[in-house]
Design a protein around this ligand. Structure first.
Ligand code: PNS
Length: 159
């Protein structure tokens, strides 16, 4: 059984993330979407519980996708769950440097764990959770960027 972990901060989940989850769910037997802490991102808009709840709602349509969260290293989560494949999306060239660095660091500390990169759907290559928050904070609709349930929640935050 091929299980993969799709890690991220998902603050909040965007249509780009969902597109990747959908494609991965067709390629692998099981996809675990895991919310982890990105120490370079100093503050978050949504709590971990809020992010888990939103993700659970939007992945309901995929039978082989589950959601989890973890307060530790990604490689430790992978080992605890006996998963040795991590998938990450690459939006454009600037993602590549940091993603490669993370994949290589994870590989150095845990050589049994592989990182696979998936090209982001070009429709969403400009999209990030940070951009969504920025637009929403100025009162702009983010309906084209996030699922409806997330749009409602984010607009509540900035009301
Ligand atoms: O969506 P993001 O913020 O780009 O995801 C980055 C994330 C959360 C996957 C990464 O920061 C991570 O793996 N955090 C867990 C802690 C960890 O394992 N750090 C070592 C790799 S930098």
């Amino acid at each position: 059984m091929n299980t993969v972990i799709y890690p991220g901060s998902f603050d909040p989940v965007t249509l780009g993330h969902i597109d990747l989850i959908k494609r991965a769910s067709k390629m692998f037997d099981k996809v675990i979407v895991c919310i982890l802490n990105n120490s370079t991102k100093k503050s978050s808009l949504f709590s971990i519980d809020e992010r888990v709840n939103m993700l659970c709602e939007v992945i309901k349509e995929f039978d082989n996708v589950s959601v989890d969260s973890y307060q530790g290293l990604l490689v430790d989560y992978a080992k605890e769950h006996n998963v040795n494949i991590i998938i990450r999306g690459l939006r454009e060239i600037t993602d590549f440097a940091s993603e490669l660095q993370m994949a290589q660091a994870n590989h150095l500390v845990s050589p049994e764990i592989e990182t696979l990169f998936m090209a982001t759907n070009p429709k969403y290559s400009f999209l990030s959770s940070s951009m969504v928050k920025e637009y929403a904070s100025y009162g702009m609709s983010v309906k084209d960027f996030v699922p409806e349930i997330v749009r409602v929640k984010i607009e509540e935050k900035y009301k």
